[in-house]
Design a binder for this molecule. Structure first.
Ligand code: F3S
Length: 389
């Protein structure tokens, strides 16, 4: 891969050992994927922020990097293992909290923004169409590529941090036009809104590592959020194309390797298969993090009702969305906890609960493995009915 003189100097260690390490990582990736050069990025989003997912080894690596490395572009962080303010009421142990604090301190020492969310694109940190970025969270990369038209590969935590430090990434994969072409058509017609995550769940399974072109299904921004998260969880793909004004890249006439129709009966069958048991000790909503619209809509439906059932309830959102709608948050808090900075997958949920009901296609993929949960899919309506009367 071609390096400029300045990039070579960083690689030679002239700007310190952490920058050298970051550059080595980018160059290694560039060589593996046959990139020709590094390109500047507008922002980075770094995963690997929960003590549960990175452990002691991860803390040591971050602390080592934080000795002399600093982010050179705006960089956000994925959710932590706890809500920084309400970790005690979540049931998080002081030991977990103290380790989590070290991770936060390392990221903040490196100048990363204290934005611990998987939905930075809903806030001031939204990239622009055509911008190159280096984001790690799979649900955020798929939204950025597909809905915004920005360009990012699904980075790993270390490579996203390296990109944040250098301000560049290797030019390969979804940064290049030729790799942003859909190869499979998914016809989705008459999808009931509440089964959007299931539509994404099935689309990802069919697409595998091919970019799908989704036809016949117009989605709102929030539907794209839950659809894309599920696509990226069940498939190995960080982008889909769709027919809509202002959508992803233009694709023109083209033939697909395969066309697959997903009908309402397929969606209902899949939702039934994911239904799981009738009993759960946690209801978890907000994967990806709830938007302000979603918080307000749920609060509107719950206002005037009383809480019901024995299950704990988590509404997971970003700290920015939480601050933007205090009235909705106050209604939702009558039914459970409104948590920021964290989520049901990266929090140590396995130490707190055994069975979880969720409206998220992505969480249905990860709760059984990462959270050791018996997971049950329910629509948002069903969850709100289960927790209110
Ligand atoms: Fe976000 Fe956690 Fe889901 S990071 S996409 S809420 S698994």
């Amino acid at each position: 891969m071609y390096l400029t003189r300045d990039e070579e100097r960083i690689l030679d260690g002239e700007q310190g050992p952490s920058k050298k390490k970051a550059m080595e990582l980018l160059v290694a990736l560039g060589d593996i994927y046959k990139a020709e050069r590094l390109i500047s990025i507008a922002s980075a989003q770094v995963s690997g922020a929960s003590f549960k997912t990175i452990g002691e080894a991860g803390i040591k690596w971050l602390e080592g990097m934080s000795m002399d490395a600093r982010a050179t572009v705006p960089a956000m962080v994925n959710p932590l293992g706890l809500d920084m303010k309400r970790w005690r009421s979540m049931g998080i142990s002081p030991e977990f909290h103290s380790r989590q604090e070290r991770i936060i301190a390392a990221y903040e020492a490196m100048g990363l923004l204290p934005v611990y969310s998987c939905t930075p694109y809903l806030t001031a940190h939204k990239p622009r169409s055509g911008q190159h970025i280096a984001w790690a969270e799979s649900s955020a990369t798929v939204f950025a590529n597909s809905v915004i038209g920005a360009r990012t590969n699904r980075e790993g935590g270390p490579s996203a941090l390296a990109a944040a430090i250098i301000g560049k990434t290797a030019e390969y994969g979804l940064h290049l036009d030729e790799n942003r072409v859909p190869r499979v058509q998914i016809k989705l017609e008459h999808v009931p809104e509440e089964l959007t995550p299931i539509a994404g769940y099935l689309t990802g399974k069919i697409a595998g590592n091919r970019i799908p072109m989704v036809t016949g299904f117009r989605m709102t921004k929030d539907q794209h959020k839950s659809f894309g998260a599920a696509v990226a969880a069940t498939g190995a793909v960080s982008m889909y194309a769709f027919e809509a004004k202002g959508g992803a890249d233009k694709h023109g006439d083209q033939s697909y390797e395969e066309t697959v129709e997903i009908g309402v009966s397929d969606l209902n069958r899949c939702a039934d298969e994911l239904k799981g048991g009738e009993e759960f000790d946690l209801v978890a909503i907000g994967c990806p993090h709830c938007s302000t619209d979603e918080l307000r809509e749920m609060a509107g439906r719950l206002k005037g009702k009383k809480p019901r059932g024995n299950a704990d309830v988590w509404f997971c959102t970003s700290r920015e969305a939480y601050a933007a709608c205090p009235e909705a948050v106050s209604v939702l808090r009558g039914f459970g906890q409104v948590l920021c900075d964290t989520c049901m997958v990266v929090a140590p949920i396995e130490e707190l609960y055994r069975s979880t009901a969720t409206n998220s296609g992505k969480a249905m993929m990860y709760l059984p493995s990462l959270g050791r949960q018996k997971a049950s899919f329910r629509t948002t309506d069903e969850l709100l009915e289960a927790i209110s009367r």
